[in-house]
Design a protein around this ligand. Structure first.
Ligand SMILES: [Zn+2]
Length: 209
C-alpha cells in the first residue's frame, strides 16, 4: 500500500508512521531525509538541490519529486511506502500522482488548540537532549533536567507564534489536500487526540490492516 499521512505540524504523523512501518512492513519515506541523503551523497539531484539551499532558496518541487521517484524505485518500496511530510501543496500532490499510484491518504485530525498545547508545553535540555512536557511528562523539579540538572528551555520551533504560523500555513496550503484526495475517493480521517496507542488502533481499523 502506498500511503500518505496528512496532518498539521505536531499532529503526530512521525510517531504514527513509526508504528505503521512495523504493522505494514513498508518503509516510511521522508522528503527531508531524502534531501539530506542526496546532498550528502552528492547525487546529480543532490548537487542541484544544494545550489538552491546554498543560495537560501527553497528546493523546487521538480527536484524533490525527482529524488522521491528515485527513492521509491528502490527495492524496499516494492510492497509500498508511507510518505510523511509530503505532499504539502496541491501542485506537489499532482506531481506525485504522475510518478506513483497513491492508495490512501490518512488524515490525522487534531484541533489547533490541542497542537498548541502539545508543542508549547515542550521543554528540552540543551546539554543532554532530554525532552519533557509541562503537563504530560514534567521534570521532577520545574525548569530543571532530571538527567543532568541543567536548565530546561523552549525550543524556537515550539514558541507559540511559530507554532501558530505553521498551523496557518498548514490550513492554507496543505489542508486543501483533504479535498484533493477526497475527490479521488482515497481520503480516510482518524481522531489523533486520544494518545498514540488509540491513534494506531484507529489507523489499523481505517486501513483494514
Ligand atoms: Zn539534561
Amino acid at each position: 500500500m502506498n500511503l500518505i499521512l496528512l496532518g498539521a505540524p505536531g499532529a503526530g504523523k512521525g510517531t504514527l508512521a513509526a508504528y505503521l512501518i512495523d504493522k505494514m512492513g513498508v518503509p516510511s519515506v521522508s522528503t527531508g531525509n531524502i534531501l539530506r541523503e542526496a546532498v550528502k551523497n552528492e547525487t546529480k539531484l543532490g548537487r542541484e538541490a544544494k545550489q538552491y539551499m546554498d543560495a537560501g532558496k527553497l528546493v523546487p518541487d521538480e527536484v524533490v519529486i525527482g529524488m522521491l521517484e528515485e527513492r521509491i524505485a528502490q527495492s524496499d518500496c516494492q510492497n509500498g511506502f508511507i510518505l510523511d511530510g509530503f505532499p504539502r501543496t496541491i501542485p506537489q500532490a499532482e506531481a506525485l500522482d504522475r510518478i506513483a499510484k497513491i492508495d490512501c491518504a490518512l488524515s490525522l485530525e487534531v484541533p489547533d488548540e490541542v497542537i498548541e498545547g502539545r508543542m508549547t508545553g515542550r521543554r528540552v535540555c540543551l546539554k543532554c537532549g532530554a525532552t519533557y512536557h509541562v503537563q504530560n511528562m514534567p521534570p521532577k523539579k520545574e525548569g530543571v533536567c532530571d538527567v543532568c540538572g541543567d536548565e530546561l528551555v523552549i525550543r524556537k520551533d515550539d514558541a507559540i507564534d511559530v507554532v501558530r504560523d505553521r498551523l496557518k500555513t498548514f490550513h492554507a496550503q496543505t489542508e486543501p489536500l483533504k479535498g484533493y484526495y477526497g475527490d479521488q475517493g482515497k481520503l480516510k480521517s482518524i481522531d489523533g487526540t486520544q494518545g498514540i496507542h488509540q491513534t494506531v488502533q484507529f489507523a489499523v481499523q481505517a486501513l483494514e490492516l
